[in-house]
Design a protein around this ligand. Sequence first.
Ligand code: DGJ
Length: 752
Amino acid sequence: MMMITIDDNRKQFHLTNGKISYLFHVMKNGQLGHLYYGKAIKTAGHIADFQRYNIPTPNTTHLEANDPAFTMETTRQEFPVFGATDFREPALSILQDNGSHISNFVFDSYRVVKGKPMLEGLPATYVTSEEEAETIEITLYDAVTDMELLLSYTIFKNVAVITRHARVTNRGEATLTLDRLLSGSIDFPHADFAMLQLSGAWSRERHLQERKLESGIQSISSLRGSSSHSQNPFLALKETDATEFTGDVYGFNLVYSSNFLAQVEVDHYEQTRVSMGIHPFGFQWKLEPGESFQAPEVVMAFSSNGLNGLSKQFHNVYRNHLINQKWLDAPRPVMLNNWEATYHDFNEEIILAIAKEAVDLDLDLFVLDDGWFGKRNSDTTSLGDWFVNKEKLPNGLGKLAQDIRDLGLDFGLWFEPEMVSPDSDLYREHPDWVVKTPGRSASYGRNQWVLDFSNKEVVAYLYERMRALIEETQLSYIKWDMNRNITEAYSSTLPAAQQGEFYHRYILGVYQLYENLTSKFPDVLFESCAGGGGRFDPGMLYYAPQGWISDNTDPVERLHIQYGTSIAYPISSFGTHVSATPNHQTGRTTSLSFRAHVALFGTFGYELNPLGFSAEEKVEIRKQVALYKQHQHLMLTGDFIRLKNPADGNEAAWMMVNETGEEALVSHYRILAESNPGKMKFLRLKGLESDAYYRCQDTEGVVRHYYGSELMYRGIPLKGEFNGANGELSIPMQIGDFQSEIFYISKEEGEV
Ligand code: DGJ
């Protein structure tokens, strides 16, 4: 199937895979104009006739003397520049020798390639066979600066997704300074949208927020040197009446882990421009003759079936084209992490005792978190000294790892490679490796400083240290943490004129270390982490197929975090653990089963001290582990469907269903007890076959049978609530706060 068609006469380009269409053309000034993006269309070719150039007003500036209607002011464009009749924010800006920022990139040529070329130095979506995607690269040229702009668009065969990126190359003799290069820009002909974003803070990451678009600029961004807890590099525009299951929704997600801008500008004629890319604030990149700058990739997904439909596209593209395929459906280990069990306070004896319990609980992996190195007994010291703490672990890490393996568990280890403690041998030896501005003090975050990852020497040092430890311990899992944001950004290795390159060079250093480690140790599973979910983004997913979504392990808080995170990211990427009660972050007391039912929808594990569990608790945990293992394939490869948003009230519900609708795992969470609500509650499912006959097993193991249509249109009956009748209800009751039900549904040959 040809997915990219070109009308050479009209200079019109149409990307379509039967699900979506994306159309643009060369305008009469040679720049690229945008024509359409949305549900797949067929075009008879005249679509560009109605690229409505502006109706001139006395106030309109225009490009040619005799053509007052031809202006960039409101024309829909593919990669706008500022200052030549467009007054909206541009995608590109180059500072030239004479101080000008004006440029005019006109169409030069195009090339269509099967598959998808990779981006140099940056994580990006990829294909495993040429048949999976087609790419068109458009080359544009600005004669005054002698600069080439390459715009790349990839359309995938099986998902309603287009990815875009941009690269500039200095073809001339002069040195130029790039001060803005976004990854993509797209203009919509109206503004009847709500903007969705995933916002929060440490311990309450990625809560879904919505606002109606207003005239002017609305944006989210990060200037923290990481994609951040506060804002995720994601935004969506949804038709104002779109729901979880209906209506058009456009999503945009940047494959990048540092400073970003995601912006929506509504102009004076209510047209909407979405721009996404590296944050231009403080950014400058010097381009010597012959040099190029590559902007990261933006993933654009579309759905005409509401937000759930949009999530399905993102989940599929990330599972099939972003994470390492090795981890697509291979079972992930169910772990016990010792952080909330011991914090920094442990020794070999305690660790081995916990590990023994983990074996007894049928877990697969023991992860030794923070505190195993240097003199690390608190967060005030030793980051950077990645040598075992002999006081805690006198026989060394290799021996501990071997002992744990001998017990029957795999071994995993926590690192925070990008950081250094002021009290560390590494800092004493290399004070110049710290990010700080000369003549200024270096601010603290969690008592630590940031290492200058824009310095190749630093990255090479960390690689060697981690390589040696991986080989010594034969570990199979690494949790890569990053616990503070960057301040006083500056690199002692960069000249003054290139300090604007710091943040990007820093993250390139992080990607380089990930690249070197994942290619040297392809069997090691990486989990990304940044004080919880402070860097949970597609850039990280490329290297680490799972990420610790939050330091908040309270199951009620997690309902909101998991709900929001699932808007863009697949469940198979969520680090989800059952932790102790009362919860360490909120003090809330919840049952073991409620905690496990929330954590099931993720990669699942435990982060608590199992010493002292009662025999009943152990039995329950073993059952939970077995339940997860039984359904893990669904968590890795099924379709996640959100049924109830915890932000809308007292309940949350979602389900994982396999592609054919033959089996599903459904969960319902009721947060606070209700008194005598009086009515029967039903949970209406999705994604099943209407006429199929299903076996439905509830939390207690009771089996009932239903047709798909019953489950989807009438719904599964849920438990009742207290009504004063002392349990004499005809339906089972749930009493007390924080209750949950799990249903396993599987198609059966039988009654039809
Ligand atoms: C922050 C992480 O998110 C936690 O899970 C834990 O690893 C601590 N850092 C350790 O310092």
